[in-house]
Design a protein around this ligand. Structure first.
Ligand SMILES: Cc1ncc(COP(=O)(O)O)c(C=O)c1O
Length: 513
């Protein structure tokens, strides 16, 4: 299929229409009732969806991707649009050549597509960044001096660590969303009175539990106390409609690589004043109006916060992903993912020893991911065996959310201190962790069935291959690992920690499984 026709505006017109669709996290009936499935829509075709991968047995198997939450494959429409633009690629903004004019128009068009996709206000800044981490660090660096930041301890590190340099108050998320709102209310009430700015930084959907946070209510509570709200939408944007204006969200951050546009761009949207005052996060060419050795006059937004040559292809990829998803309808996509998640949770519950990790009650709305443990099977062995023996890709570990995992896995303070001490000493400790299966466009019941069948086999019979612990990571890896890397037309250097047999360690066939 070809790239979306940006010039005709047809997709943009559709995109505008879908923004007013109900948020499936809040509506009772599937938005796609009676319509053909959104996931079968050819506009949502993905690159590499039928790739075969080697198993340790020597067989080839269609790759079962259950790792969308970490990074999602490119939409074919995104790939095609990038390829199309490459023929017109040139420097943006300052180039006098005709190709610069075309590339600049595509870059600025992407900004508009991104704004529309998340319902940004016409006066919001739309800043192209590298990813969510970059976006949140940019906002953290732009806060007025003395800003009080309230964040929850269960956040991804990207929405936890940037606030450390500031006056940050970390709250534990209590057992229900209602209690969380009460806790937020009292934390805001307890802030010292005065003129200092306030910011509440929350996730839109947890990358560990998938739980969708009530962002409109959070914004209401925050605003009642004179605070602004940042939503980390890294996990929400690929799975749910977002309407910044309707929900009164001040700032929103998300990543292209989780939104089917893995070309290195993300976005930060929001109120202009903080982002337009003070020095920019990055200093350099493009962010200035005038420079002398003694003085700098910074440019207006968005250029002020986009120093250096912009990632034009990444921005365009993200813009086309936004237009494509919006044209099909995020409400439909979300409703179908919710159905598939329900199926997955039902199937997984039947796996002997399956234990899902969650903070809020099971019936709370969530995006399509499940983090879990299986009794008797170390999480890293489980992930290694799913890949090596079944061609299934999941994520395992602590998901860049150490404080939340410590609480979900009920790890004692003493054990946390021990892990810090060992790690400081340079020992490669195996951290406690879990497995996560995540869904996206192209995920099917057959994928879920493949996962559950593999887990059943693993629980019943243990692994069929040998695995050993990599001393660099403390994690299980197949040993030996005979799977050849694909023959690609580029240099491949294998990451040493992913190659256990390099270290020649003792086999521990089927240990604990
Ligand atoms: C909830 C959440 N926030 C932030 C991030 C960071 O995203 P990125 O690595 O694209 O900056 C992630 C990535 O996994 C995430 O899941």
């Amino acid at each position: 299929m070809g790239a979306p026709d940006l010039a005709s505006g047809s997709i943009l017109a559709d995109a505008a229409g879908t923004r007013s669709a109900p948020n499936p996290a809040r509506s009772a009936s599937p938005a796609h009732a009676g319509a053909s499935p959104a996931h079968a829509d050819p506009r949502l075709a993905l690159v590499g969806s039928d790739t075969e991968v080697p198993l340790v047995s020597g067989e080839m198997r269609r790759f079962v991707n259950l790792d969308y939450a970490a990074s999602a494959p490119a939409l074919r429409a995104v790939h095609d649009a990038v390829e199309e633009l490459l023929g017109w690629y040139s420097s943006v903004h300052r180039g006098a050549g005709f190709k610069s004019r075309a590339s600049t128009a595509a870059y600025e068009g992407a900004r508009e597509s991104i704004r529309r996709f998340v319902g940004g206000r016409s006066d919001d800044a739309v800043i192209i960044t590298r990813n969510t981490t970059d976006s949140i660090n940019l906002l953290a660096a732009s806060l007025p001096p003395g800003t009080h930041v309230i964040a929850f301890a269960g956040e991804h590190h990207a929405n936890l660590l940037p606030w450390r340099r500031l006056k940050a108050h970390y709250l534990n998320a209590p057992a229900t969303p209602a209690l969380m709102l009460e806790q937020l209310e009292s934390a805001l009430s307890a802030l010292p009175h005065g003129a200092a700015a306030r910011l509440v930084a929350v996730t839109g959907a947890s990358n560990v539990t998938g739980e969708i946070w009530p962002i409109a209510e959070i914004a209401r509570v925050a605003h009642a106390h004179g605070a602004r709200v940042l939503v980390d939408a890294a996990q929400l944007a690929p799975h749910s409609p977002i309407d910044m204006a309707a929900d009164d969200l001040d700032y929103l951050a998300f990543s292209g690589h989780k939104l089917y546009a893995p070309y290195g761009a993300g976005a930060l949207l929001g109120r202009r004043d903080w982002l337009a005052s003070g020095d920019p996060f990055l200093r350099g060419g493009g962010a200035v109006k005038l420079v002398s050795i003694a003085e700098t006059l910074w440019a207006e937004l968005p250029e002020r916060q986009e120093a250096g040559s912009p990632n034009v292809l990444g921005a365009v990829a993200l813009g086309v992903a936004c237009d494509t998803l919006a044209a099909v309808g995020m409400a439909r996509i979300a409703a179908e993912e919710r159905e598939l998640l329900g199926y997955a949770l039902g199937r997984l519950a039947a796996v002997d020893g399956f234990h899902p990790l969650r903070v809020w009650p099971a019936e709370h709305a969530r995006v399509g991911l499940v983090t879990f443990a299986v009794r008797g099977v170390p999480y890293d062995l489980l992930a290694a065996a799913l890949s090596a023996e079944h061609g299934i890709g999941i994520r395992h570990g602590c998901f860049c959310a150490h404080p939340l995992m410590v609480s979900l896995l009920e790890i004692s303070d003493a054990e946390v201190h021990r892990l810090f001490d060992e790690t400081r000493l340079g020992h490669h400790e195996r951290l406690p962790g879990a497995a996560r299966a995540s869904l996206g466009l192209g995920s099917t019941r057959a994928d879920v069935d493949a996962l559950c069948t593999a887990l059943d086999t693993l629980v019943a019979d243990g692994p069929r291959w040998t695995y050993s612990v990599d001393p660099d990571t403390g994690m299980y890896e197949p040993d030996p690992d005979p799977r050849p890397l694909p023959a690609l037309g580029m240099r491949l250097v294998e990451h040493p920690t992913g190659h256990a047999s390099l270290h020649g360690h003792a086999h521990s066939h089927g240990e604990s499984a």
